[in-house]
Design a protein around this ligand. Structure first.
Ligand code: UD1
Length: 474
């Protein structure tokens, strides 16, 4: 094996004693300053010289947002779970550390992770690791379901708006958990002293993470659980598939209702993480913004239909070459390279993904016409706008809508010094840098690296002029 590492962290704290019941505040919210992922270092930096013309093929990595809940779900399983095609990213490595901090044995071989949770001897994962990413919080579901209790710090993740965990908590309460918030940690235990019991819960909003966490919890709750108004995202379906392959009984994944029959314990199984639809969409937008033609695979075309529709309306040509290969061309046969403006409104799947909003906004700055972009999922996901303005983009933000004035309204991108503040917003700056005339340098690249495996290598292989500046060794 080329690279292999086993996570064995310092001794974990022992399971805590059941906590006294206390009433939850109706809405538990993360403290803004403490719990968000803090990546402030200026280096590494990306230096992009544009405008770029891209060509060739780019391989799409496994989905980060599928890998994270599936890794958490190994806590529902005895024996070893073998997960293939895990993207090698900060977030997946952090999730491995979270599991290891509970006493799980985690072995990493390139893009494969072997997880055995038989030795778990703690219900309190390392709080520093949990605070680094949003996905770490998912472990609260399987922990309380399998061990009867869990103490999990409020999570981190991108700073893109209010990200409460009230739905996770109310859902766990509906399954018989007593939940409390103390010292920035959510403490949950089974009220009957044994384990969770099946129940019914309707989510106020189809939260992806809450759906996934409650699905895992319900798989080990005693009896039937019905979860309504759940998220329908492909990552939810991937998780249900893994759980069912591990012996669970989850029906309805992909619809807005899940019916789950609990089992005492699942068994380890093998799974291959599906291609990352957000990475795929980002490269499709890279082709469009540089007026280039590239192909991508593997991709699941039906998951991309919203983006394909938008790009086609703008004037791009999208061809499907095989069941998992798409070609995106923004090169006009007549030599003209104008793309037309269009409207975007983000929404839960099958709506337009919020995780592609910043990148599509970068594209719209290069189209003709006025494009309204409405962000309806997160309340502060416009952090990239101030950076795009530095490149010469013309954008006005009014509440949750950005009005993007295109090329014919004076939006002309030219290189500048920019700061990435979150994964997707940071990637929108990379796309804009590829299209801009001159040199763009982007700091805060660690944010971008959280969501894009081998980004520099992939961009180089397409012909982009991108360099990475590392900090000087002291
Ligand atoms: C996941 C993805 C993220 C993506 C998002 C929406 C992971 C690790 N991250 O995040 O990349 O942008 O889905 O597709 O999978 N909400 C509540 N209460 C809750 C939970 C959520 O009000 O208890 C609200 C949030 O504030 C937000 C909305 O629901 O406004 C959507 O959030 P959610 O679907 O939970 O996103 P995440 O699971 O955090």
């Amino acid at each position: 094996m080329a690279s292999c590492s086993t996570f064995n962290l310092s001794p974990s704290p022992k399971p805590t004693k059941p906590l006294p019941h206390s009433l939850l505040k109706p809405l538990i919210q993360e403290p803004e300053t403490e719990s968000r992922t803090q990546i402030q270092t200026p280096y590494p930096k990306l230096i992009i010289t544009g405008p770029s013309k891209l060509s060739g093929h780019v391989p799409i990595s496994g989905s980060k947002n599928s890998a994270l809940p599936i890794l958490a779900a190994t806590l529902c399983c005895s024996g070893t779970s073998k997960i293939h095609n895990v993207p090698n990213l900060f977030d997946t490595r952090t999730m491995a550390s979270v599991l290891a901090s509970l006493g799980a044995k985690v072995e990493v071989f390139n893009n494969e992770m072997l997880v055995n949770t038989d030795g778990v001897d703690s219900v309190e994962p390392n709080s520093d690791e949990i605070r680094k990413i949003r996905g770490g919080f998912f472990v609260i579901g399987p922990l309380v379901a399998r061990f009867g209790e869990a103490v999990v710090a409020l999570p981190g993740g991108c700073n893109i708006g209010t990200r409460p965990v009230d739905l996770y908590i109310r859902g766990l309460q509906a399954l018989g958990a007593v939940v409390d918030l103390r010292d920035g940690k959510v403490q949950a235990y089974a009220a009957n002293g044994r384990g969770l019991v099946g129940g019914s819960f309707q989510l106020d909003y189809p939260s992806v993470g809450a759906t996934e966490t409650l699905m895992m919890a319900a798989c080990m709750a005693d009896g039937m659980t019905v979860l309504s108004n759940v998220a329908r995202e492909p990552e939810v379906v991937d998780l249900a598939r893994f759980l069912n392959d591990s012996g669970a009984c989850v029906e309805g994944a992909g619809s807005n209702q899940l019916v789950i029959k609990g089992k005492p314990l699942l068994h380890g199984s093998e799974c291959v993480i599906a291609a990352d639809r957000i990475e795929a969409g980002t490269f499709m937008l890279a082709a469009a913004i540089t007026r280039s033609c590239i192909s991508i695979s593997p991709v699941i075309p039906c998951q991309m239909s919203c983006l394909i529709h938008k790009l086609s309306a703008a004037g791009c040509k999208i061809r499907q070459y095989s069941h998992d290969t798409l070609e995106v061309s923004a090169v006009s046969r007549c030599g003209g390279e104008n793309l037309q403006s269009f409207e975007v409104k983000t929404g839960p799947y099958p709506g337009f993904p919020t995780d592609l909003q910043p990148q599509i906004m970068a594209l719209l700055t290069t189209c003709n016409g006025l494009s309204p972009v409405e962000e309806s999922v997160f309340d502060k996901r416009m952090g990239h706008v101030s950076e795009l303005l530095k490149l010469g983009a013309k954008i006005q933000v009014c509440a949750s809508t950005a009005l993007v004035f295109g090329k014919d309204n004076g939006s002309v991108l030219s290189g500048s010094s920019l700061v990435a503040n979150d994964i997707r917003g940071g990637m929108s700056l990379v796309l804009a840098g590829l299209a801009a005339e001159g040199t763009t340098d982007i700091s805060g690249v660690a944010h971008i690296d959280r969501g894009y495996e081998n980004l520099d290598m992939k961009l180089h292989s397409l012909g982009a002029d991108v360099k990475r500046l590392m900090p000087l060794a002291s």
